[in-house]
Design a protein around this ligand. Structure first.
Ligand SMILES: Nc1ncnc2c1ncn2[C@@H]1O[C@H](COP(=O)(O)OP(=O)(O)O)[C@@H](O)[C@H]1O
Ligand SMILES: [Mg+2]
Length: 257
């Protein structure tokens, strides 16, 4: 795929005896939202850390915006932004001050304007002058994502962006992620939530036991399972049913949690 923002080939990674990644392959098209779906401990964060140049793989190659993560880590870092599960937001500062701080750290001229634009884009203008410590979970996560967009990275990694959020806040974050793709940012999203992948992703890859065991659009994944006939209506399989069928009965309980 020449239009790939991220390309991953045969990536392997072990932590001592634990062989976490056993040959991971996938590509993420520029400007798309790609969900890496897997249960807790599947290796999602390990993939993200390798693609962020924070961790070296044992084998395989990966490139981001055409730059090899091992050979050109600085170019990769310039192209990406990483938002983890644990927000980088400073609670003592206001939302606006948090954004200005990041803009100054990235040596952007006119940090105040950058902050105001991002506050508006993430519906935080009114809250911008309040301390971030007073924000709801959804607002904090939105601010966190806004902070990661300072300097307009071409690729953004969202590692379990809605883990720990209540349902309302999750939907707020989903809206923001959809907007990212609208402005042309490539989004690599990891999640253990099937509905999140279903809602957001152009393509979904399922990471299980160290490999990508399925990769496609939701429609393509649905074709992996035949539709069940319930009376006269065809019942399409849900992503949850596909996921549980693919990973097998042993891991089923964990995955549905
Ligand atoms: N630094 C580390 N040292 C040893 N084991 C690790 C380390 N980081 C992660 N692991 C283990 O590797 C596996 C995959 O972890 P991780 O990539 O964080 O999974 P996920 O993000 O999908 O939950 C887990 O079993 C985890 O305990
Ligand atoms: Mg993780």
């Amino acid at each position: 795929m020449s239009n790939a923002a991220i390309s991953v080939r045969g990536i392997e990674k072990s932590y001592k005896d634990l062989h976490v990644l056993r040959g991971v392959d996938f590509e993420v098209e520029k400007g798309s939202i790609f969900a890496l779906l897997g249960s807790n401990g599947a290796g999602k964060t390990t993939v993200v850390r390798i693609l962020s140049t924070l961790l070296k793989s044992d084998a395989g190659t990966a490139s981001v915006q055409g730059f090899d993560v091992a050979a050109e880590p600085l170019r990769v870092r310039e192209s990406i932004s990483l938002t983890g599960q644990f927000a980088a937001v400073d609670e003592i500062l206001t939302g606006r001050e948090n954004l200005i701080l990041v803009a100054k750290l990235r040596h952007l001229p006119d940090a105040g304007r950058v902050a105001d634009e991002l506050l508006a884009k993430f519906r935080l203008t009114d809250a911008g002058s309040r301390k971030a410590g007073t924000y709801s979970g959804g607002m904090r996560r939105r601010l966190d994502i806004a902070m990661s967009l300072v300097g307009r990275p071409e690729v953004i990694y969202l590692d379990e962006p809605t883990t720990g959020l209540d349902p309302e806040a999750r939907i707020e974050v989903w809206d923001v992620v959809k907007e990212l793709a609208n402005i042309g940012t490539t989004v690599l999203l990891t999640t253990q939530y099937l509905d999140e992948a279903e809602q957001l992703a152009d393509r979904i890859a399922i990471l299980h036991e160290g490999r990508i065991i399925a990769n496609g659009t939701l429609a393509e994944l649905k074709r992996l399972l035949p539709a069940a006939k319930v009376e006269y209506v065809e019942k399409q399989p849900t992503l949850e049913e596909i996921f549980l069928t693919l990973i097998g009965p042993s891991a089923g309980k964990d995955a549905a949690a």
